[in-house]
Ligand binder design. Sequence first.
Ligand code: PGA
Length: 252
Amino acid sequence: MRKKIIIANWKMNHDFYETTSFIRNLLKFIFERKIYHKKKIIISPSFPFLHISNQIIQGTTLNIAAQNIHYMDNGSYTGEVSASMLKSIGIQKIILGHSERKKYFIETNDILFKKIQKGLQYNFDIIFCIGETLIERETKKHFLIIKKQLEETIFKFSLKYIHHFIIAYEPIWAIGTGNTAYPEEIKKMHEYIRFLFKKKYGENISNNISILYGGSINDINAKNIFSINNVDGGLIGNASLKIEKFLTIIQS
Ligand code: PGA
């Protein structure tokens, strides 16, 4: 069955001390407030701190995810990190397809397909982001764009891999802007994504795949957003950087 999932995408934020003390404090709060078995909480720190973060959470219910991988195993790709490197330090989850990667690092659907392929080869769980730009929404192409993003990536993989995916619907115009999508817009898109999974893989997969919303979720709007039908949790950027805000979101 689908679980509620909360993911903290820290992007290029938090140094060694901030990362480790945040995770230790979070574990303390989760234990004190007994929120462990009700939801899945995933933290995504920067590459240099994945190893220590993963050591800290051993034996707890917290999970760690990397924010990216390269699609090659190794080679002359200065500054890149491979799936096998992450596996060698015990990481089991990755975020792929974030719109900031698409915007600043020109990750196309073709590149994402290769990254998914590599991620699945190493048995990663993949948090896969999809979303439309403001222009695409204003010109009413948003449904088409989402369909295309799925068809050119995840939908190229057979049913047996689908349990590895968590989908994060993140309208690009809502990320880091303070503007969340309207509840009705979120509801319609989540319904549509679930419908696409049903058409492609059948009812069972469609009922069981987790579809999260992302884009300016904060401690004030989280409760409303999480109560929308078909929203299984959230991918949180800015508001996940402060522990009190993040805890309020978890408890929402
Ligand atoms: P935000 O970021 O919560 O700061 O809008 C969300 C994301 O980029 O995943």
